[in-house]
Design a protein around this ligand. Structure first.
Ligand code: ATP
Ligand code: MG
Length: 400
């Protein structure tokens, strides 16, 4: 008996079938279901063309209609529904130039990257397994569907995806797949960077990143990756006892700390990361330097802010394995902070101005706020309106 999230999605399959078309769950969701892992997106493959899906369902978003993919919104959830297809040539190594829709799931499964990803499941839970994907799942093996070298040449991203799955699932590469990856690794050069960054973010966040790092070194794929290709010894900075970094900002922060000659800007530019990722990396690196100078104290934790405690912990323990900090300690200090941000100060700007009626407005107001914030975070002053005013009277703004 299927459970959620398949249960709700089963209604979509039933509806498509009621129009005389075939429909299956397919890809990662079937793999994760058989592995007993948490299921991410439920993807559906069907013999119905995208236009037909648009007719059948009320809310359909045409996200990639030329490649046969639409998103069906159903009971507040989104499902990617893709028409059975075979891929044309990948001339730009970004996406196939054209796709051809087909009528049978068999051909659709054959175009998929790995045996464990080429599984389909009917609404009754019947598994279609044309490439011994279940055997590979059982043996924890990543193996290409068909000739590995050809499949990697068609779309070299599959090389990175294979590495990503070793990290995410802790699986081993089939010996012939490993050989094929080695032979095709130079093709990684040609890939659109955004595709790489997406897969690498998942690779670094995986549970078994050690495995992926070992394979990366073995196939020397670093010679074809942004930044790494210009710094041949950089790959060695990924230790073989590497632990996961949950976000690409953490990856950049760590890499910059262990190799300061590559700036954060260069990483961000070459890997085409967002401004958000850049800001995160800068914040983590700055915090790391403060930590190296002053150790852990309440001001550092205060400036880091709660969402960055775990990223900071992961980066520091990787960059400085000998350092003895614990996540518990960071959390405890954070919980004990008298304030979490300036907005929590028990005094506002107007009240400060009112204390010095003869003064003109100016930077002194902000300076007082900054001093108050610091004194309160360090525990030298209580966050109490009366005591704050008293403190200001004793520490008036500098005259001028
Ligand atoms: P995740 O759980 O991370 O989403 P996934 O296996 O679902 O893993 P997706 O990138 O969402 O990965 O792709 C969905 C499915 O599409 C895969 O399981 C695979 O069958 C197929 N697929 C994705 N990318 C490729 C590719 N580059 N070449 C061939 N098949 C692919
Ligand atoms: Mg998926």
């Amino acid at each position: 008996m299927l459970t959620e999230p398949f249960l709700t999605a089963t209604n979509i399959l039933t509806k498509i079938e009621s129009y005389g078309y075939q429909a299956y769950f397919v890809g990662g969701c079937v793999r994760d279901y058989l592995l007993g892992r948490p299921i991410g997106d439920v993807d559906i493959a069907t013999s119905a063309k995208p236009e037909m899906i648009q007719q059948i369902f009320n809310k359909v978003i045409p996200v990639g209609i030329e490649h046969g993919t639409v998103v069906v919104r159903y009971e507040q959830e989104s499902y990617e529904v893709t028409t059975f297809r075979i891929d044309g040539i990948y001339s730009d190594n970004r996406r196939p130039d054209e796709v051809e829709f087909v009528n049978k799931i068999d051909e659709d499964l054959a175009r998929r990257d790995f045996t464990i990803n080429a599984l389909a499941m009917s609404k009754n839970g019947h598994i279609i397994d044309l490439f011994e994907g279940r055997r590979d799942l059982k043996n924890k093996v990543i193996r290409t569907v068909g000739n590995g070298y050809e499949r990697f040449s068609e779309d070299p991203l599959r090389i990175i995806r294979a590495l990503r799955f070793t990290s995410q699932l802790g699986f081993t590469l089939a010996p012939e797949t490993l050989v094929d990856m080695k032979e095709a690794s130079h093709l990684v050069n040609t890939l659109a960077v955004e595709r790489l960054t997406n897969e690498f973010s998942k690779l670094f966040a995986g549970n078994d990143i050690r495995k992926a790092v070992t394979y990366m070194k073995e196939i020397q794929v670093d010679s074809y990756l942004p930044v790494f290709r210009s710094f041949p010894s950089l790959i060695k900075k990924l230790p073989s006892n590497m632990h996961s970094l949950m976000d690409f900002g953490e990856v950049i922060a760590y890499m910059h700390i262990v190799e300061p000659s590559v700036s954060i800007s260069v990483w961000v530019k070459e890997w085409k990361c967002s401004n958000r990722t850049k800001k995160d990396a800068i914040h983590l690196v700055n915090s790391y330097h403060v930590f190296k100078k002053h150790g852990i104290n309440s001001m550092l934790i205060y400036q880091l802010k709660r969402p960055y405690l775990a990223p900071f912990f992961r980066v520091v323990t990787l960059a400085d394995p000998k350092v003895s900090i614990s996540m518990e300690k960071l959390l405890t200090i954070n919980e004990k902070l008298p304030i979490q941000s300036k907005t929590e100060l028990s005094i506002n700007g107007q009240e400060i101005i009112d204390l010095f009626p003869l003064r003109r407005r100016g930077p002194w107001i902000r300076e007082i706020m900054d001093s108050l914030e610091k004194e309160i975070v360090l525990g030298n002053l209580r966050n109490n309106n009366k005591e704050i005013k008293e403190w200001i009277r004793w520490n008036p703004p500098e005259t001028n």
